[in-house]
Design a protein around this ligand. Structure first.
Ligand SMILES: [Fe+2]
Ligand SMILES: [Fe+2]
Length: 140
């Protein structure tokens, strides 16, 4: 597994070769940056929460788009990939549920900052698998 740098931005190495999906990835990485900025700048809890919800909504829409794409193109590992999406969804949900408006603990802030790592790892590990698969069948 490639270990991304903390402040990794989207780069061509993260391209799955499908422009709409690359656009999704770029957008949610920038939303996560906005969330991280709110945390490191110690913005109001309400603002942190607003940005967190935005990341979660956007990620969920993106996951649905990918799953729809897999069904359309009959990707053999669609189920395994959907399971991995569910794991990420559950982790994000836990962070969202443990949000406390009157006092954010260091532990919660650390968990929220980990979202970037979780999503980038998902792109570099799981998403790259379907990227390679679709590239390989195109090459045939
Ligand atoms: Fe993705
Ligand atoms: Fe994915």
């Amino acid at each position: 597994m490639k270990k991304p740098k903390w402040n990794l931005e989207w780069d061509d190495g993260m391209s799955v070769g499908i422009p709409e999906i690359d656009e999704d990835h770029k957008r949610f990485i920038s939303l996560i940056d906005e969330l991280n900025l709110a945390i490191t700048e110690r913005m109001r809890a309400a603002e942190i929460n607003r940005r967190l919800l935005h990341v979660i909504e956007d990620t969920n829409q993106h996951f649905e788009r990918e799953e729809h794409f897999f069904r359309e193109r009959q990707y053999p590992n669609a189920e395994g990939h959907a399971r991995s999406h569910n794991n990420v969804r559950n982790t994000l949900k836990k962070i969202q549920d443990s949000f406390m408006p009157y006092g954010l603990e260091a532990e919660w802030l650390d968990a929220a900052l980990m979202i970037k790592q979780i999503l980038i790892n998902h792109i570099l590990d799981e998403d790259m698998q379907y990227a390679n698969y679709f590239k390989s069948i195109k090459a045939k």
